[in-house]
Design a protein around this ligand. Structure first.
Ligand SMILES: Nc1ncnc2c1ncn2[C@@H]1O[C@H](COP(=O)(O)OP(=O)(O)O)[C@@H](O)[C@H]1O
Ligand SMILES: Cc1ncsc1CCOP(=O)(O)O
Ligand SMILES: [Mg+2]
Length: 267
């Protein structure tokens, strides 16, 4: 049986530098989440410097949540550098499907071979559909589809892109196109805190930069994140206190606890 705790130990040993090109909503929580987990965040997105910084980072997280033209150019340049260096980069196509700019931007980034594509169910369905000419959308950044509806699109997207694809929701689905996992850890308060999904993109980058095989590290990252949600919900009075407790929980979970409480099934 796979030990889902070891990737957390590996990530903390590596304490990887993660370059985050992420939306304005998520910057603070993403940085705090990465610090609490044991990684080192840097929010570097300017067109003048992002690609240069991609030359020294250990992982890159790209999130289109509040992007615009100059952001997209900086993202493409940074993703190219990540590809040349062989470091992992994560694409979070927030609200893809909602506008043609998001569809074009996501398609351009997809061509640069992300290591991991992570979205909620609606985003995975929309991104997979663009290539096939199928139109689908969520409710802005929030999902309206269940994860089950994203499974076939996720597998197809993984096969076509070569990325590990993650569809998040009450039970997360992860696939590299041939091997699939479901992760049941998590709590219903998680989607009530904005940008918690975005911050997860940074965590996935950190796990992917730590020497663990990609699929195993991604599954472990999801179980770790969901477990933090479960622990944070104990005693939380609502989304506000939950968010604070969530960051605390990320720092408190150790490899042993994660091994014991990870709810992972191969699918
Ligand atoms: N209803 C739920 N129950 C348990 N965990 C959830 C639920 N919805 C989302 N999550 C968890 O919240 C995190 C963010 O997922 P999600 O809300 O789907 O992303 P986004 O914020 O990008 O829309 C993931 O770790 C996911 O497992
Ligand atoms: C609300 C919002 N609007 C643009 S980006 C963003 C944050 C989305 O965060 P998440 O994808 O984690 O829900
Ligand atoms: Mg999201």
């Amino acid at each position: 049986m796979t030990d889902w705790g070891t990737p957390l130990t590996d990530m903390r040993k590596a304490a990887p530098l993660v370059q985050c090109m992420t939306n304005y909503v998520s910057m603070n929580i993403m940085a705090n989440v990465l610090l609490a987990a044991g990684a080192s965040p840097a929010m570097v997105h300017a067109e003048e410097e992002a690609a240069e910084f991609a030359g020294i980072t250990s992982a890159l997280a790209i999130n289109i949540g509040t992007f615009s033209g100059h952001w997209l150019r900086a993202m493409e340049a940074s993703a190219r550098v990540a590809g040349e260096r062989g470091i992992p980069w994560v694409l979070d196509p927030v609200a893809v499907g909602a506008t043609s700019f998001r569809n074009q931007g996501s398609t351009a980034l997809l061509k640069l071979s992300p290591t991991i594509i992570k979205g909620n169910a609606s985003e995975v369905i929309a991104l997979a559909g663009i290539g096939a000419g199928i139109s689908a959308k969520g409710k802005g950044a929030d999902a309206v589809h269940g994860v089950e509806a994203a499974i076939e699109p996720a597998i197809e997207l993984a096969r076509q892109s070569g990325a590990v694809v993650v569809a998040t929701g009450p039970v997360d689905f992860v696939t590299d196109g041939s091997t699939h996992y479901r992760i049941a850890n998590g709590h219903a308060l998680m989607p009530k805190v904005t940008a918690l999904g975005c911050a997860l993109g940074g965590i996935m980058g950190a796990f992917a930069a730590s020497g663990t095989p990609l699929l195993q590290g991604t599954v472990s990252a999801l179980a770790y994140y969901g477990l933090a949600g479960e622990l944070a919900a104990e005693g939380a009075e609502g989304p506000g206190s939950f968010a604070l407790r969530f960051v605390d929980a990320l720092s408190q979970i150790d490899a042993e606890m994660l091994s014991e409480r990870a709810q992972v099934t191969s699918a």
